[in-house]
Design a protein around this ligand. Structure first.
Ligand code: GDP
Length: 297
């Protein structure tokens, strides 16, 4: 999975540190230089890496660490803590409206990121929690996307609302909301249309949906395989339409995984879930501490 290579490199750096007993400031600096290289190779955003190394270094060359009984171990502990902090420290839940009020969630993302699949995966999670989600096909440009949502919705045992491809996404969203009120759905998840690249029309369309219905949560889906691009995409979406959280897909693949480490620091918005496969059950809640443990091995 992602991070295998980063993990291996960090483990080597730490093995060296541990074997040293006493550490000089130069030992720590040399080790952190290797950590820096490993993070950059894992496609973590350059500015994020710089800030991270600076923070770790400030803490690691302190007197307490250097004079401690086990300085190598302390440095590793600091790297672990700072990695967790980088990813947002806490697990963030998707905020739902209180009581039986309807929560409207808008899914956004570029074409191919995994938005439609993730929408159905998410509906399954809500269903397990006893909610009654309604999936809404707002991607009117690709008939295949509507069909895909219907098939996946059926697999999940979740209702899918569609008006074909002749209506505007904002009108579909509005009609879906009314349907949810009548039908007793308490979560409405809008699967919107992506484009190949960030483009004006896509942002305008998302904005229009937001004006037509009260969107409580905007969730961006990005593809881990696209590395730094995923982080840039997240920055652009956040700037243009405002996002509440990010789901990173395809972290199961042979990806370097840097997006998972950079998104929070770059956008200020947390990673909520990670996609770990094509099956509809392959969606994991994001735990910064567990991810750090996975990385450090
Ligand atoms: P959309 O265009 O953003 O709606 O993307 P789709 O939902 O159609 O997904 C594009 C492709 O990515 C499909 O083949 C999905 O099966 C695949 N996919 C989505 N999420 C994941 C994931 O977490 N891991 C893997 N390996 N594949 C995924």
């Amino acid at each position: 999975m992602a991070f295998d290579s980063l993990s291996e490199k960090l483990q080597n750096v730490f093995k060296n540190l541990r074997s040293k007993g006493r550490l000089t400031e130069d030992d720590v600096k040399a080790a952190l230089k290797e950590v820096k290289m490993a993070l950059l190779e894992a496609d973590v955003n350059f500015k994020v890496v710089k800030g991270f190394i600076k923070d770790v270094q400030e803490r690691a060359v302190g007197q307490d660490v250097m004079n401690g009984l086990n300085p190598g171990q302390m440095v590793i502990k600091i790297v672990n803590e700072e990695l967790i902090r980088l990813m947002g420290s806490e697990t963030t839940e998707i905020t739902l409206q209180p009581g039986s009020a309807i929560t409207v969630i808008m899914m956004a993302g570029l074409q191919g990121a995994g938005k439609t699949t993730t929408t159905a995966k998410l509906a399954g999670k809500f269903k397990l929690k006893g909610k009654k989600p309604l999936l809404v096909a707002c991607d009117v440009y690709r008939p295949a996307a509507i069909k895909q949502l219907q098939i996946n919705g059926e697999k999940q045992g979740v209702e899918v609302f569609s008006m074909g491809d002749k209506n505007k996404p904002a009108d579909i969203a509005k009609a879906a909301y009314e349907h949810a009120v009548k039908n007793g759905n308490n979560i409405v998840i809008l699967d919107t249309a992506g484009r190949l690249h960030i483009d004006q029309d896509m942002m305008a369309e998302l904005q229009e949906i937001k004006e037509a219905v009260m969107v409580h949560q905007t969730i961006l889906v990005v593809d881990a395989m696209t590395g730094q691009d995923a982080v840039n995409v997240a920055g652009s979406f956040h700037e243009k339409i405002g996002i509440d959280g990010v789901i990173i897909t395809k972290l199961d693949g042979d990806t370097r995984g840097g997006a998972a480490l950079s998104i929070k620091a770059v956008t200020g918005r947390p990673v909520l879930y990670v996609g770990m496969g094509e099956k509809l059950s392959d969606l994991e809640q994001f735990y910064p501490d567990r991810m750090a443990s996975r990385i450090l091995g």
